[in-house]
Design a protein around this ligand. Structure first.
Ligand code: UD1
Length: 426
């Protein structure tokens, strides 16, 4: 297992290319199952989760070819699912990556049947899949839960439906949208998730011949088609990676240009960062980040579905607030148990108290390096940020979580002056 050794206190200065979004690439790859004609995705990040999804698609009968993009930033993945030869997403793959459940909708729609291991609990909470199942049932699938597996079947195909989600779910919206693309008739998704990754998936499906309107708003209309064809699609830039590096630059008093980042995708975070004293300006190539003033100030934040402040930036923001003047209250409304970075940040000298789903952070002028343990993807990167700003040496153990979601993180930081290196855990 690898770990990162960081010597803190160096301002990040330079350019960071933003990779394609993991959370867009995963559903896009699952969408490859919808067509017998293939799907070519460019700007796919090189991550452990992408490799897991590739393994899963292979298992289901798709042929994949993966090669580096010409600019050497991402990769091009060609998926050819001429036939679905297996309808089972096994426990061993699903337990590694919860997003495996995104093959459920495409499999039922294309093959009339799917067996997908129940994802079960994960480090950041319970994370049920009831909304994914409700949507498919409403389109005519029969669902049974047997021996830890979701068994869904629709031998006569799915039909269009009017589906109202009681709570907003990114994954359930994606599963329903993909299934509806091959269903018979029109589907309306009400209270749908509005994330840019949903609009990117819709754009790709439309390229494949689907008829979809409203993606990116809370109501999506999908007119089902009997089949979809090949298209080329380039994955949109990762707004969470962009937000993470923006906070890293702010935390180290740096000045960084985030190449390819889009301000419109991180507006809620950008507004909050401005209040804290971070300057974000659009450039021709992306976004420039620097501090507006010497010391940052504490600002309160509540996580919300898009376009609100993303839960996937909560841990990084909390790390940033540990170094600000004054207090900040961070409230997590999407996932229970998403404060696992708190004890680790505390070991580095942070002053944080948790009260239910809120955490009160009182800023300190100096974090101190320490050995820490990564617990989930975003918690891991928050510890890297703290290490970059801390005095002395920080060792972040168990970084396999980080490799699930950040492409070449240490190289990107090193190129901007960070002292960071990957080594094997003893
Ligand atoms: C996606 C993202 C993840 C992000 C999350 C919220 C991917 C691959 N992952 O996860 O990085 O943190 O959105 O922005 O895109 N829920 C239910 N029943 C369901 C489904 C969800 O109750 O059937 C609940 C969840 O427990 C959670 C909330 O809805 O409290 C939002 O979850 P959801 O939007 O579904 O997250 P994911 O799609 O799993």
């Amino acid at each position: 297992m690898d770990r990162l050794r960081i010597s803190g206190g160096h301002p990040l200065v330079g350019e960071i290319p933003i990779s394609g979004a993991k959370n867009a690439a995963l559903p896009l790859m699952a969408a490859g199952l919808l067509s017998d004609d293939g799907l070519t995705l460019a700007n796919v990040p090189n991550l452990a989760d992408i490799a897991s999804m590739a393994d899963l698609l292979n298992e289901l009968g798709a042929e994949l070819t993966i090669k580096r993009d010409e600019n050497n930033q991402g990769q091009t993945v060609r998926i050819h699912a001429q036939e679905i030869t297996n309808i089972e997403a096994p426990y061993d793959i699903v337990r590694k990556m919860r997003a495996s459940v995104l093959v459920l909708g495409p499999l039922v729609a294309r093959a009339g049947e799917a067996k997908v291991s129940l994802p079960g609990g994960c480090a950041i909470g319970n994370r049920p899949v009831d909304l994914h199942l409700m949507a498919l049932e409403s389109m005519g699938a029969q669902i049974e839960l047997e021996a830890g597996y979701i068994h869904a079947f629709a031998p006569k195909g799915l039909h269009g439906s009017r589906i109202t989600f009681p709570t907003i779910s990114v994954g359930a919206t994606e599963n329903a949208m993909m299934a509806a693309a091959l269903a018979n008739g029109e589907t309306t998704l009400i209270n749908a998730a509005r994330e840019p990754e949903i609009a990117d998936l819709a754009k790709c499906l439309i390229g494949m011949g689907a008829e979809i309107t409203g993606a990116g708003s809370d109501t999506i209309y999908i007119q089902g088609k009997p089949g979809l064809s090949h298209t080329n699609h380039s994955v949109l830039p990762d707004r969470i990676e962009a937000g993470t590096f923006a906070m890293a630059a702010a935390m180290t008093s740096g000045n960084v240009e985030l190449l390819g980042a889009k301000l419109s995708h991180i507006e809620a975070a950008a507004t909050i960062l401005k209040e804290c004293g971070v300057n974000l300006t659009e450039t021709e190539r992306g976004l420039r980040v620097s501090r507006l003033r010497d010391r940052l100030v504490g600002v309160d934040v509540m996580t919300e579905p898009y376009p609100g402040f993303p839960t996937d930036l909560q841990a990084q923001f909390m790390a940033l607030m540990t170094t600000a003047d004054g207090a900040s209250m961070v409230t997590e409304t999407i996932f229970e148990n998403r404060f696992m970075h708190v004890p680790e940040l505390t070991r580095m000298g942070a002053n944080i108290n948790i009260h239910g789903s809120s955490a009160m952070i009182r800023g300190t002028s100096n974090l101190r390096g320490a050995p820490v343990m990564a617990t989930d993807l975003r918690a891991s990167v928050s510890l890297v940020l703290a290490g970059l700003a801390a005095e002395g040496e920080t060792i972040v153990n168990r970084i396999y979580h980080l490799d699930r979601g950040y492409d070449q993180v240490e190289n990107k930081l090193k190129a901007c002056g960070a002292e960071i290196r990957r080594e094997k855990e003893a």
